[in-house]
Design a protein around this ligand. Structure first.
Ligand SMILES: Cc1cc2nc3c(=O)[nH]c(=O)nc-3n(C[C@H](O)[C@H](O)[C@H](O)COP(=O)(O)O)c2cc1C
Length: 335
């Protein structure tokens, strides 16, 4: 049905289309109307958790956790909500979301618009979903980058009892200086602090919640190796590769290509797969990889798996292909 609805949605501005789609899906789910064929069970064990299938929702689509049950009904093996910051913030001025349909791509500079961690946790508590829930955390725009660790610690402590795993987002291109946390001494300091907090929280709550670090595709091979060394040293539980790219290769002459922000979708596919392959080599199996970036069909998902990803996540592919992409990818992946 999505190919029929899509031209209508694409008449709307992208943020309105997003709201209309997910409010509609939520209504359908509450009325018990089935909206998507369920993928077959294909359990995969990663980070000590058993995922019913390897295809998840990538962060950013449900930043406030307002559509958890509706998204679960689409057949995802896991959901990642957020990015949430400690305090609410409006994000960047609109327009901040752009479609590049001929390239099956999106550019966004949302800037972590979200209602804050307390609001998100209310939504989580009100949801019926009992499947695997990742909560993706970030820093507030107003927090200076040298104090970023404090925001991550605050958000980590707040979401810890409610998450199956927690993602540390240090790779959004839309929060100034954020990506600097991936490099040099900054990454080691950040990860050491997060590990210490995780250990303390595991004691306090009697439950170990894995930490995944989400990285950018715009890292050269040396930077990837350095990052991989730090992830191993500080015993992180997984890495998510990748976020959106600053590159415009392949879309140079298209309308909106000049907009500031991160590019996702088909032009990102090969770049993120390259990062996954480099990471897999550098990590030598010590940490699992969750692959994201330009998965538009089953073959893209298989290539992520062949490059070393144990799980995959979708975002832009859902906008262009609809929810049938979930089952298509899950069916194509080895369990
Ligand atoms: C509109 C939009 C908003 C996003 N917001 C977030 C976010 O808040 N946190 C995050 O970690 N990634 C965010 N992402 C990145 C996606 O989770 C994903 O890593 C990236 O888009 C690559 O996958 P894709 O090509 O399948 O979209 C966002 C992506 C888009 C398109």
């Amino acid at each position: 049905m999505y190919p029929l609805i899509r031209p209508l949605l694409f008449q709307l501005d992208p943020e309105t289309a997003h709201r209309v789609t997910f409010t509609g899906l939520r209504l359908a789910q509450r009325l018990g109307i089935p909206v998507a064929p369920k993928p077959a069970e294909k359990p995969v064990k990663v980070m000590g958790l058993t995922f019913p299938n390897p295809v998840g929702l990538a962060a950013g689509l449900d930043k406030n956790g307002e559509y958890i049950d509706a998204l679960a009904a689409l057949g995802f093996g896991f959901l990642e909500i957020g990015t949430v910051t400690p305090r609410p913030q409006p994000g960047n001025p609109k327009p901040r979301l752009f479609r590049l349909p001929t390239a099956q791509a999106i550019i966004n500079r949302m800037g972590f618009n979200n209602q804050g961690v307390a609001y998100l946790l209310e939504q989580v508590k009100n949801a019926d979903y009992r499947g695997i829930l990742g909560i993706n955390i970030g820093k507030n725009a107003a927090t200076p980058i040298q104090n970023a660790a404090e925001d991550y610690q605050t958000a980590l402590s707040a979401v810890y009892p409610h998450a199956s795993y927690i993602t540390i987002n240090i790779s959004s291109p839309n929060t100034s200086h954020l990506r600097e946390l991936q490099a040099g001494d900054a990454i080691g300091q950040l990860l050491a602090g997060l590990k210490a907090t995780q250990t303390r929280l595991a004691d306090q709550h009697g439950r170990y919640v894995p930490l995944a670090i989400k990285i950018a595709p715009d890292l050269d091979d040396n930077a990837i190796r350095h990052l991989a060394d730090q992830l191993r040293l500080h015993r992180m539980d997984a890495v998510i590769a990748t976020n959106t790219t600053l590159s415009r290769t392949g879309v140079e002459h298209l309308p909106h290509a000049e907009e500031t922000g991160g590019l996702s979708g088909a032009p990102l596919t090969a770049l993120s797969t390259h990062v996954i392959r480099q990471l897999a080599q550098a990590l030598a199996g010590e940490l699992p990889i969750i692959g994201a970036g330009g998965i538009l069909n089953a073959r893209d998902a298989q290539e992520k798996q062949a490059a070393g990803a144990q799980l995959v996540q979708l975002y832009t592919g859902l906008i262009y292909r609809g929810s049938s992409l979930i089952k298509e990818c899950s069916d194509a992946l080895a369990g």
